[in-house]
Design a binder for this molecule. Structure first.
Ligand code: FA5
Length: 348
């Protein structure tokens, strides 16, 4: 029986075939099991010699079958591993497609830096609508209809053909982020401080320092006994933090109907170091950070008593700041969407 079993086992390669063979020999009705059953009909002498040999054969068959089964299992695992193998040397042999890492637009980098600086000084960061009404963009900022100051900002008006001509000047693309001064004042109680970065729109002829769509960053602080000295401190702090060095600035009187007194804060042009270029229009200075003490009429329009509170506001030209910081010699690069330009900027 042993030889018979071995001869039958040798060619088998499948788990099911081996299990069948096993049951053929040592299963309930298998050859060896029948031998063991026949022990009861033998005399004690025969039983003594035959019994242990039959049990030995049973163990032998079980061991051989289990051995063969585990061999098959190991072969299958190895086959699977070979199929799933990752060839880590592959990059040497074939051209691998690489993807360039993304980055941030330089304006986003600077905007985030400024937001962090102001957040650390207790300012909120506000947002506001791009499509604005006349009240928030002009009237509440002390620029009534037909006031000549409206000519300071060439405006894109919305014309609704269903309204009468008198109503058509109702909505516009906001010309500055100062509309958020009004919205900010109306939605909170003093004292408060906030900044508001965002895109603005003007009907401008473009050149190296003028775009039709550009960004500003508005700031406003309202409280008791705020002075021009506070205003200048905050303006100097932003510039120091952004440029990480002292930059030359000049403060001169400026007219904006929503501040009194009003100032123009110019920065020495960092493209030409003041020698004169197309960005600074050959004068060596760039208009960057107009600011001033909030006009009492503006506080009133924002629901604040000017006898009790005062404050300052500023409207930073964000794109021009980005140009000065990175030495960009034409504002139109910022809007170009040219990846060769954009990919040069990294966070630091
Ligand atoms: C204003 O828009 C005022 N709202 C700023 C302000 C706020 C003054 C609060 C006082 C208090 P102005 O039109 O000068 O001001 O624009 C502000 C800044 O935006 C300018 O100094 C300049 O840096 C930038 N700027 C103006 N026009 C353009 C343009 N066409 N392209 C790019 N930047 C511009």
């Amino acid at each position: 029986a042993k030889q018979d079993f071995l001869a039958k086992l040798a060619p088998l390669t499948k788990e099911a075939e081996i299990l069948n063979l096993k049951s053929e020999f040592v299963g309930k009705t298998g050859v060896v099991s029948e031998m063991l059953k026949s022990l009861k009909d033998m005399n004690p002498e025969e039983r003594k010699t035959f019994g242990p040999r039959a049990n030995e054969l049973k163990d032998f068959i079980n061991d051989q079958c289990n051995l063969q089964l585990s061999k098959i299992e190991v072969e299958e695992i190895n086959k699977k591993l070979a199929e799933d193998r990752i060839d880590i040397s592959l990059t040497d042999n074939i051209q691998v497609k690489t993807t360039k890492g993304g980055g941030f637009h330089p304006r986003t980098i600077i905007q985030q830096e400024i937001e962090d600086i102001f957040l650390s000084m207790g300012f909120d960061v506000l947002d506001g609508p791009h499509i604005e009404d006349e009240f928030h963009n002009f009237e509440a900022l002390n620029i009534p209809a037909d006031h000549p100051a409206r000519d300071m900002q060439d405006t894109f008006w919305f014309h609704d053909p269903h309204t009468t001509p008198a109503d058509t000047k109702k909505y516009l693309l906001r010309t500055h982020t100062s509309n958020i001064q009004v919205r900010g004042m109306l939605s909170r109680k003093p004292p408060f401080r906030f900044i508001a970065p965002g895109v603005v729109f003007r009907s401008e002829r473009t050149d190296a320092s003028h775009e039709m769509v550009f960004t500003q960053l508005e700031g406003m602080m309202v409280g008791k006994d705020i002075s021009v000295a506070n205003l200048i401190y905050f303006m100097k702090t932003i510039l120091k933090e952004i440029f990480k060095k002292d930059v030359e600035v000049r403060l001169r009187p400026g007219f904006f109907p929503f501040v009194e007194p009003g100032f123009e804060l110019d920065i020495r042009c960092l493209i030409c170091s003041g020698a004169g270029c197309s960005v600074c229009k050959q004068i060596g200075w760039v208009e960057l950070l107009p600011c001033g003490m909030i006009h009492p009429n503006v506080l009133k329009a924002g629901g604040i008593d000017p006898n009790e509170y005062n404050g300052f506001a500023f409207g930073l030209g964000l794109d021009r700041l980005v140009m000065m910081r990175y030495g960009i010699d034409d504002i139109r690069h910022l809007q170009s969407g040219d990846l060769r330009f954009n990919s040069q900027f990294k966070l630091f």
